[in-house]
Design a protein around this ligand. Structure first.
Ligand code: ZN
Length: 175
């Protein structure tokens, strides 16, 4: 089965402790695991796709959340430890799901991808809604539990349960 690795919102505003909506220590902890996942994918010839929040300065999402990841700012950049390499794909998005208003579905279909592996943040927001949209499109979804995180530990665990029990995604590891 052809796979792709989707790296969700590994951006300064989420993963740097100075970021606007940072996940705190939980976010810091997953960085080395995500780095391993990216390295393994590149080594195995699996496409690495960075799904990155990139908002307009007056984005409607800011009615729900404080401003974050505004295009062209430091907060919208991928954290230094996880920078994209040549050949990786960067997919800007403005909503929770990496499928909404982006080129992701077409990019996956063009390459015959049938399974996506999701890493990044936040487990209960962009990871969960991206996983849901992937499942609606008939894609297999795998989530390594130790390579996703949230600012809210209980919500993180609930999301992993939801991924398993409702979406029938494969969650690897315990939580
Ligand atoms: Zn956002």
């Amino acid at each position: 089965m052809k796979r792709a690795l989707v790296v969700v919102d590994c951006l300064n505003d989420f993963l740097s402790l100075k970021g606007a909506l940072n996940c705190g220590e939980a976010g810091r902890r997953v960085i080395p695991r995500i780095a391993e996942e990216i390295e393994a994918a590149r080594r195995d010839g699996v496409e690495v796709i960075y799904a990155c929040d990139r908002h307009l300065p007056d984005d409607r999402e800011f009615e729900l959340y404080p401003p974050h990841c505004i295009a062209g700012t430091w907060g919208a950049e991928v954290v230094e430890e996880l920078r994209p390499a040549p050949g990786d794909r960067v997919m800007p998005k403005r909503r929770f799901s990496a499928f909404f208003g982006t080129d992701l579905e077409l990019a996956l279909r063009e390459h015959g991808v049938e399974e996506i592996r999701l890493v990044g943040v936040c487990t209960n927001i962009c990871v969960l809604y991206t996983a849901a949209d992937a499942r609606m499109r008939g894609l297999e979804v795998v989530v390594p539990a130790d390579a996703v995180a949230s600012f809210d530990e209980a919500a993180h665990e609930n999301a992993l349960r939801e991924l398993t029990s409702v979406l029938k995604a494969r969650v690897e590891g315990s939580y």
